[in-house]
Write a protein that binds this ligand. Structure first.
Ligand code: COA
Length: 180
């Protein structure tokens, strides 16, 4: 029997913290599906297609990892793919309450699907997609914190929005992005 797991998130954009979880989960499970949520509530900076593409590029070296997008309930999507495990990363104690609530709700909705937590490596414990976007927008260097292919796309996207110049330096009078 194939042990298939699903790693969900918004990935706006994927960071090296996410990649760390993906690489470690890919060693545990036969197949890992990275499930990219549409998540319009978060008003993502990158389109769904761009987020999927960046993860595919970052995971090209992992043969048992594939990337899909989804809408609606995670457990329904997991069932449709015959995935019995949801993988989530835990960064700090502050993640626990929210993750406990999500895992409990998912278990209530689908008792046959188990959530498994992987501790994020310490070097990435402070990372989030938002903090990456904020630092980049304010002219900070995020090299080493996101996969190689994400860096130029992030600069391009922020320049398109007029937040930074094409060289990556900050334009004055810009406020940190809320994803829009
Ligand atoms: N490294 C770096 N950053 C990490 C990380 C890691 N290992 N783990 C989490 N993060 C960051 C994420 O990038 C995200 O940052 P952001 O808030 O700046 O975007 C933040 O931590 C929170 O991560 P997470 O809790 O995984 O939220 P998410 O928005 O990425 O994904 C879904 C949330 C999609 C998994 C969740 O909303 C969902 O399952 N939605 C479907 C609907 C559903 O079924 N709901 C549950 C039952 S009602």
């Amino acid at each position: 029997m194939v042990l298939r797991a699903i790693y969900p998130g918004t990935f706006d954009p994927i960071t090296n913290g996410h990649l760390d979880i993906i690489e470690r989960a890919a060693k545990i499970f036969d197949e890992l599906i990275v499930a990219v949520a549409t998540n319009p509530v978060k008003k993502p900076l990158f389109s769904l297609e761009e987020r999927v593409l960046m993860i595919r590029e970052a995971c090209a070296h992992l043969p048992n990892v594939r990337v899909e997008s989804f809408n609606g309930l995670l457990v329904e999507f997991a069932r449709s793919l015959d995935a019995r495990v949801i993988v989530k990363g835990l960064r700090a104690v502050s993640d626990f309450d929210y993750e406990f609530q999500m895992a409990s709700m998912n278990r209530k909705l689908a008792p046959d699907i188990e959530t498994v937590f992987i501790m994020t490596s310490l070097e990435y414990a402070y990372l989030s997609s938002s903090i990456i976007k904020e630092a980049a927008m304010l002219g900070g260097c995020v090299q080493g914190l996101v996969p190689h292919s994400v860096l130029p796309r992030l600069k391009e996207k922020l320049a398109e929005r007029g937040c930074i110049s094409h060289s990556g330096s900050r334009n004055s009078n810009t406020e940190p992005a809320q994803g829009t």
